[in-house]
Design a protein around this ligand. Structure first.
Ligand SMILES: C[S@@+](CC[C@H](N)C(=O)[O-])C[C@H]1O[C@@H](n2cnc3c(N)ncnc32)[C@H](O)[C@@H]1O
Length: 331
């Protein structure tokens, strides 16, 4: 293990918005499901706050290995469940609470060999679950138009066409297989970042990661699965890291809280139904100054919370919560 690897075992991932999350869902009791176990920061906090049992889900097989040193302390109160949170209702029912802390963990980002980081050289992988198609598969086989759509729709990258063209030209010479190779290629298509601006490859890497792990689809399915798995009165808390995810969670709660109106100007008028969630956060909760100072990752984190009612669960269309869909943009 390299020096970064050693650091992961001792200081893996600082949980974001933990204090406001616990305050928003208090009092914690009964059975909870943590759909994004990661380094277990939320799971541990829920167990320590009074949860009798936490079902901890993660699609990354390494997540549970890293928790081996402390997880046994909780005995049968901690149930490790490898898998995806979109299937949470097949793992458990009648839950008192569900927490989702979306995206990647610091351990995943910091390990060069996982291929998530544009700052560390590694294989262009980005698979949280370590199976399925990798970022290299997409980069080397998708059409130029599809690449541009992924970068634009999933990463809000305005230079998507320019970058897609550069990728297709470069891969005609040799496949793009390393993270830094792609990062440099993206950088060559964009103006140099000014001080304080994010790295030019940030949006492209985010877009590819989202595509590789089908993250928007997981979120859409996961919100519906939580609705099916929660008992009346149960709490759903979701922490997001960028505007598209936050929009999806916001619109889901708005629609489920029985708020009428249109999800967007093309969508049909939402029908007023018995609310499936109440006590929904009016305004997303962000990090306070103390957390911002101690954990830069918290800068873009947003928390939204809702309480399940006894109204029957049901489906909601992806477009009604503003999920981006890959489709050709007019040229
Ligand atoms: C931001 S980290 C969670 C950190 C955690 N809250 C903590 O305090 O340590 C996100 C984790 O969720 C996992 N993950 C992301 N999407 C998932 C999904 N759809 N199903 C299951 N696990 C997922 C990732 O593998 C990663 O380990």
């Amino acid at each position: 293990m390299d020096d970064k690897g050693d650091r992961h075992d001792t200081d893996p991932h600082i949980p974001v918005l933990l204090r406001p999350l616990l305050a928003a869902v208090a009092p914690v009791s009964g059975t909870w499901l943590d759909g994004t176990f990661g380094a277990g920061g939320y799971t541990r906090a829920l167990l320590d706050a009074g949860a009798e049992r936490v079902i901890a889900v993660d699609r990354d097989p390494l997540a549970f290995e890293m928790a081996a040193s402390w997880a046994d302390r909780y005995g049968e109160r901690l149930v490790k469940q490898p898998g995806v949170f979109s299937q949470m209702d097949s793992y458990a029912q009648d839950l008192d609470g569900v927490v989702l802390d979306l995206g990647v963990s610091s351990m995943q980002l910091d390990q060069a060999e996982r291929g998530f980081s544009f700052l560390r050289d590694g294989p262009l992988d980005m698979r949280m679950s370590q199976d399925g198609i990798s970022a290299a598969d997409i980069v080397n086989t998708a059409s130029e138009a599809d690449l541009a759509d992924i970068l634009f729709q999933f990463g809000e990258e305005r230079a998507s066409r320019r970058i897609a063209r550069a990728i297709v030209r470069a891969r005609a010479e040799a496949p793009i297989t390393r993270t830094l190779e792609l990062a440099k290629l993206v950088e060559s298509c964009l103006p140099r970042a000014k001080p304080g601006q994010s790295h030019p490859a940030t949006r492209s890497f985010q877009a590819l990661r989202i595509a590789v792990n089908a993250e928007y689809d997981e979120l859409h399915q996961g919100l519906m699965a939580a609705e099916r798995a929660l008992k009346p009165g149960g709490m759903l808390a979701v922490v997001t890291f960028h505007s598209i995810e936050d929009r999806m969670v916001k619109r889901f709660f708005a629609a489920r809280a029985g708020q009428t109106g249109r999800a967007n100007r093309y969508a049909p008028e939402l029908v007023e139904e018995a609310p499936r969630f109440t006590d929904v956060t009016r305004k997303a909760i962000g990090a306070d100054d103390e957390e911002l100072a101690s954990n830069p990752r918290s800068r873009s984190a947003r928390l939204r919370v809702g309480r399940r009612t006894d109204a029957p669960a049901g489906p909601i269309a992806a477009r009604d919560i503003g999920m981006p869909e890959i489709e050709r943009r007019p040229s």
